[in-house]
Write a protein that binds this ligand. Structure first.
Ligand code: FWK
Length: 481
């Protein structure tokens, strides 16, 4: 399929829809006009776009957990048990569904039924189908979002959107490079143009669905400019398909100054690039993911990490924060652990939300650095695309102009290497083929040299490894033992 950054024609979309809905028997229940009517009947308090608009209007930071289990009744109980301590709800999708392995998802459901507990790491929404997903939506009183990691998320989108989910996470880059090994980037981008076109068709029918590109990417020392470039490209691709409600994401890195600058620059850069591309009348918000890297085993220390993330999200003025749990080091959290992570986060945000947001010369400098980095990389992506940012994106990854640290995908160069500086901010140790301006690179190098001097060792990959393990080991910067 030719990859172009143009709204899919209705014919092309309908043709592809036939094949998409045939991907699993439950696809046969989906009818677009009926789905629109169902969505239009949802009350405003169950619409994600409304919740995000109000949050930005009032300067609130909304709380959202992750949560997904195999069986429908359990998922209803789980989300019912969470909705009184959060603002908006998730449904985290299982790994089989994320790779379109619905047959195995069926087996997972059957085995979970036999065992009387969830043996899957998420909710297999495609197998539960329209009826199951609607039963879930109708049991709840708050907006529900689909959270997953699916390179080909077309059938999942058709079923969950018709079922009344009002937000859909992901994108053709963010759900490929960190999540898949050998899915061609052009293919996942094209699949996500279908998902975004579907959202655009709902939009044209008067149903505003929120789209949230997945900001953290690999969740391992990803410098703000790297994930910001992905966010802006996926936002532009979505806008072209008719999406008008976008939440750009960012994964906490740990240094407060840098995290605050990251969220503020993300919103400003979104506005800058979306309006420069000629789009208007869209809703733009931000989401801050609490630390996505390794967590301490001990719950008391895990709360420390969770609360720093809560504080950073509030001080940065993020529209929403994705909350971790004290079971993060173990795996899928219990309802109680999920509730506790949310309550600790709420305490932090309540104590900070009435305070004046901090500004400082350091935050201004960091914000300016991030903006210059993003502009340098994206102008190269646009140049590579010769007017087509979808092709530009593919070529940028092929050439290493865009490069995501620690990503498993063959499509990723994997040369750019980050490392923390003496205060824990992420800097570029090895730029790879990233077109960062020389003075910006010198800034990064100076900051890294400062740490090397204070630790009395050369900046090296050993430092990076120490940083990857630092937070699990109880600190931010991976100091030598
Ligand atoms: C993106 C990765 C994050 O999603 C979280 N996660 C993945 N599956 C589930 C799940 N089924 N329930 C709750 N949290 C989950 C996991 O803890 C990790 O922090």
């Amino acid at each position: 399929l030719p990859l172009e950054n143009k709204a899919l024609s209705r014919d092309a979309f309908e043709q592809e829809r036939e094949q998409t809905l045939g991907g699993w028997p439950t696809g046969a229940d989906v009818n677009f006009e009926e789905g629109v009517r169902y969505q239009l009947d949802l009350p405003p308090e169950k619409r994600f776009s409304e919740a995000m608009r109000k949050a930005d209007e009032t300067g609130a930071t909304l709380l959202q957990p992750r949560a997904g289990v195999a069986l429908l009744q359990e998922q209803i109980e789980l989300l019912t048990g969470l909705q009184d301590v959060c603002d908006v709800l998730p449904t985290t999708i299982d790994a089989y569904t994320r790779h379109n392995r619905y047959q195995e998802a069926d087996v997972g459901i059957a085995r979970s039924r036999e065992a009387g507990r969830s043996l899957m790491n998420g909710f297999p929404a495609v197998n539960h189908g329209l009826r199951g997903c609607r039963e879930l939506v109708e049991a709840l009183s708050k907006p529900v979002q689909v959270r997953h990691g699916t390179p080909d998320a077309r059938l999942l989108a058709e079923i969950t959107l018709a079922a009344g989910f009002t937000s859909y996470e992901g994108g053709g880059i963010c759900y490929n490079i960190p999540y898949a090994k050998s899915v061609p980037l052009a293919r996942s981008i094209r699949h996500w143009q279908y998902c975004d076109r579907l959202v655009g068709l709902y939009e044209e029918a008067g149903v505003r669905i929120n789209r949230e590109p997945f900001g953290p990417l690999t969740g391992t020392l990803v410098p703000p400019f790297v994930s910001h470039c992905v966010m802006i490209l996926e936002g532009l691709l979505a806008l072209e398909q008719g999406v008008r409600c976008i939440t750009l994401g960012y994964g906490q890195a740990g240094n407060l100054v840098q995290d605050i600058a990251a969220i503020r620059s993300l919103r400003e850069l979104g506005e800058e690039f979306f309006s420069a591309a000629g789009y208007e009348g869209y809703q733009l918000s931000t989401v801050f993911h609490q630390w996505m890297g390794g967590f301490p085993e001990e719950e008391s220390k895990a709360y420390g990490v969770i609360c720093l993330g809560a504080a950073a999200a509030s001080l940065a003025g993020a529209t929403k924060v994705i909350v971790k749990t004290p079971h993060e080091a173990e795996g899928v959290p219990t309802l109680a652990a999920n509730r506790d992570g949310l309550k600790a986060t709420r305490q932090m945000i309540n104590m900070l939300s009435e305070q004046v947001k901090p500004t400082s010369a350091e935050i201004e400098l960091e914000t300016d650095m991030i903006k210059r980095e993003v502009r340098a990389v994206l102008s190269k992506v646009f140049e590579l695309g010769e007017g087509n940012i979808a092709v530009g994106t593919v070529r940028a990854f092929e050439s290493g102009v865009m490069d995501i640290p620690f990503a498993p995908a063959q499509a990723n160069a994997g040369v750019l290497m980050p490392v923390r500086d003496d205060h824990g901010a992420l800097r570029v140790l090895e730029k790879g083929n990233s077109p960062l301006p020389d003075d910006v690179l010198a800034f990064h190098r100076d900051k890294i040299d400062e740490r090397a001097r204070s630790e009395g060792r050369e900046a090296s990959f050993k430092m990076v490894v120490d940083d990857v393990n630092a937070i699990s080991d109880g600190r931010l910067v991976g100091r030598p033992k």
